[in-house]
Design a protein around this ligand. Sequence first.
Ligand SMILES: Nc1ncnc2c1ncn2[C@@H]1O[C@H](COP(=O)(O)OP(=O)(O)O)[C@@H](O)[C@H]1O
Ligand SMILES: O=C(O)C1=C[C@@H](OP(=O)(O)O)[C@@H](O)[C@H](O)C1
Ligand SMILES: [Mg+2]
Length: 181
Amino acid sequence: MKKSLVFLTGFMGSGKSTIGPLLAKQLGYGFLDVDELIESVEGKSIVDIFRERGEIYFRNIERKILIETVLSLSKFVVSLGGGTVTFADNLYLVKGSGILIYLKASPEVLLQRIKYKTDRPLLLDPAGNVLPENLLLERILSLLKIREPFYLQADFLVSTDDKDVDETVNEILKKLENKIA
Ligand SMILES: Nc1ncnc2c1ncn2[C@@H]1O[C@H](COP(=O)(O)OP(=O)(O)O)[C@@H](O)[C@H]1O
Ligand SMILES: O=C(O)C1=C[C@@H](OP(=O)(O)O)[C@@H](O)[C@H](O)C1
Ligand SMILES: [Mg+2]
């Protein structure tokens, strides 16, 4: 059966939030970024939510928004957070409602894309500072090891390492042909 909901998953920095709106425009679909919705519902940044309430609180909000708002959308591209499909049975809920695409990037490319970013609490030190490059790469490698088995359950993956944003969008469009309503 053809679906009308497209989800982007992948590690932090893989490009979900960048590619999502461009893909939606090409498909004539709406666009939603789960992290942006969480920030607007909570009235604070992801960093502040993690700092003030902790990761489990964040995961429960993320899951509630997924179930109550996101899964019933139609003709939407949804950029998930990098941890969404790794928590509880979110992966199965997502796959049951739409097409899941894994935006894959190598650890080295991820490192280059995220090394100066301060908006991802899981990549900061306990004081909230950016990690030095060697420790950041270690963090990426250890998280990827746990998470990639989840990402690999996507309907298909697109490698983004050697592509610019437009090439990535075009490859997704090609792979989605005949699969969506
Ligand atoms: N080929 C590419 N695809 C996606 N993002 C890229 C690419 N090359 C560089 N970038 C940059 O990498 C970052 C990806 O961040 P973002 O889209 O927020 O990722 P995510 O939402 O997956 O964490 C952005 O700063 C984007 O400009
Ligand atoms: O990987 C994760 O657990 C997270 C990824 C982030 O989203 P991006 O993948 O869009 O950076 C955001 O949801 C939060 O910081 C947690
Ligand atoms: Mg994002």
